[in-house]
Write a protein that binds this ligand. Structure first.
Ligand SMILES: C[S@@+](CC[C@H](N)C(=O)[O-])C[C@H]1O[C@@H](n2cnc3c(N)ncnc32)[C@H](O)[C@@H]1O
Length: 206
């Protein structure tokens, strides 16, 4: 999907992914001392706002004008002090080169791109890590298509934790966690069903 299609999707519905941070992001980051965070594909900023409220200085990057404006407005209304710690950047991640060695945390949540594009963005994300910094990648797992629920229905934009490790095989990172995880999702009819995510947490050597 291009930025126009994402803008249309965000314009059609408020808080497409909800207002709370993603559960994996909250779980993995809760124990990390706040510093500088880069949120790539930040969307409406649910993770960026949560991070800023915990004291992180956040650079939130996305190419959807509608999502970023909503995120900025929501942050200013809900948490003005935290909002001052968020910088919103509208750009295409395929062209974005983050400042190297500048972040204690980089989050990439549910950025579903074809393999070569994902690899490009993740390799640049890794260069943005400061010594000791952590990269957290969360996304719809390849297995979600057949065994899970929701998410994109195009196999080429789904990935596994092993795909992410392969993308970053040349980066100087140690693996903290690389796994397939399940997330219960409420459905309009029928019992809740698990969505299947890929979760990878990597750390740059101190
Ligand atoms: C599923 S949403 C996830 C948003 C956010 N990470 C979250 O978890 O709430 C995917 C986001 O990726 C953004 N995106 C997709 N391709 C992009 C690209 N090439 N450059 C910048 N943003 C992109 C979309 O605009 C959208 O906001």
């Amino acid at each position: 999907m291009d930025s126009r299609a994402w803008d249309e999707r965000y314009a059609a519905k408020d808080l497409v992914w909800g207002g709370e941070p993603n559960g994996w992001v909250a779980r993995e980051v809760a124990e990390i001392t706040p510093g500088r965070a880069l949120d790539l594909a930040a969307g409406e900023g649910r993770n960026a706002l949560w991070l800023a409220a915990r004291g992180w200085r956040v650079t939130a990057v996305d190419f959807s004008r509608v999502a970023l404006e909503r995120g900025r407005r929501r942050a200013a209304e809900l948490a003005p002090q935290a909002a001052e710690r968020i910088r919103w950047v509208r750009t295409d991640l395929l062209a974005y080169e983050p400042q190297e060695a500048s972040y204690e945390l980089v989050v990439v949540a549910y950025l579903q791109l074809p393999g070569e594009e994902r690899s490009l963005v993740l390799r640049r994300a890794a260069t943005a890590l400061a010594a000791g910094g952590e990269l957290l990648v969360v996304g719809h797992d390849a297995a979600n298509l057949t065994d899970g629920t929701g998410g994109p229905q195009e196999a080429r934009v789904l990935f596994t934790a092993q795909d992410v490790l392969a993308d970053l095989a040349d980066a100087p990172l140690e693996t903290v966690r690389a796994e397939r995880v399940r997330r219960p999702v409420a459905r309009e009819s029928g019992p809740p069903k698990d969505a299947i995510d890929a979760l990878v947490r990597l750390r740059r050597a101190p």
